[in-house]
Design a protein around this ligand. Structure first.
Ligand code: PXP
Length: 245
């Protein structure tokens, strides 16, 4: 994709379309249909998390998305041999390595890249060799950015969950941590992304951080789609992101 440096990409995470589908065990609503609507409404990419327990996205969804999409697929996955084999088989544009705990409701906290160097290094190397753009989902912490540099990850995605839940001064402090971490990553040749818990109300300050190249947003957009339609929720988020630049 060619974009001006100011263009902030929007990756729409369609996991929770699959959550609703799976509640009844059939094939409706179809996450691929949602992905195509999101693409038409202004998404630059689609993000899907294939969890170990397959609670939302399933293996066949990844195959169907790869077939149907004309915009890049960002596969979120844990650093396991099973997921590595799936990524190497489907060759999505990008793979975002996330921590995964069975009991968690969503991805709570970033990957401890600094504490898992030995495990992650060969893993990232194999994805890099397959031309899959690796991203590490980390906290906005300089030690984690330093680890990403050592691990030769081309991209980091900063976990904005803490930012989203905080208020007032504490939120401002967390925003500064994200901005500083984005500057450190960019200075070292790593492309910073951000995501988790972003909404119409909190997206603008994150979108205004100049080094951040992509936001990945899911739960809120799928929730708003119930009221306004997915095309409208994606288009509104797109507009808010654009006005922040
Ligand atoms: N980025 C990553 C790495 C994630 O794991 C998630 C949640 O699956 C998101 C972004 C999107 O978060 P949310 O659904 O809260 O918008």
């Amino acid at each position: 994709m060619t974009h001006s440096p100011q263009h902030l990409r929007l990756g729409v995470n369609i996991d929770h379309v699959a959550t609703i589908r799976n509640a009844r065990g059939g094939d409706h609503p179809d996450p691929v249909k949602a992905a195509l609507i999101a693409a038409k409404a202004g998404a630059d990419g689609i993000t899907a998390h294939l969890r170990e327990d397959r609670r939302h996205i399933r293996d066949e969804d990844i195959a169907a998305l790869m077939d149907a999409l004309t915009i890049p697929l960002n596969l979120e996955m844990a650093a396991t041999e099973e997921m590595l084999e799936i990524a190497l088989r489907h060759k999505p544009h990008a793979a975002c390595i996330v921590p995964e705990r069975r009991e968690e409701r969503t991805t709570e906290g970033g990957l401890d890249a600094a504490g898992q160097d030995n495990h992650l290094k060969p893993f990232i190397a194999r994805l890099n060799d397959a031309n899959i753009r690796v991203s590490l989902f980390i906290e906005p912490d300089p030690a984690q950015v330093e680890a990403a540099i050592r691990l030769k990850a081309p991209v980091v995605e900063f976990h904005t969950g803490r930012y989203a839940h905080l208020e007032g001064e504490a939120r401002a402090d967390e925003l500064k941590r994200i901005a500083d971490a984005a500057a450190l990553a960019a200075k070292n040749g790593i492309e910073p992304h951000a995501g988790h818990g972003l909404t119409y109300d909190n997206v603008v300050p994150i979108a205004a951080i100049p080094q951040i190249a992509e936001l990945n947003i899911g739960h809120f957009l799928i929730g708003e789609a119930i009221f306004d339609g997915l095309d409208a929720s994606v288009a509104k988020m797109r507009t808010l992101m654009d006005t922040a630049r």
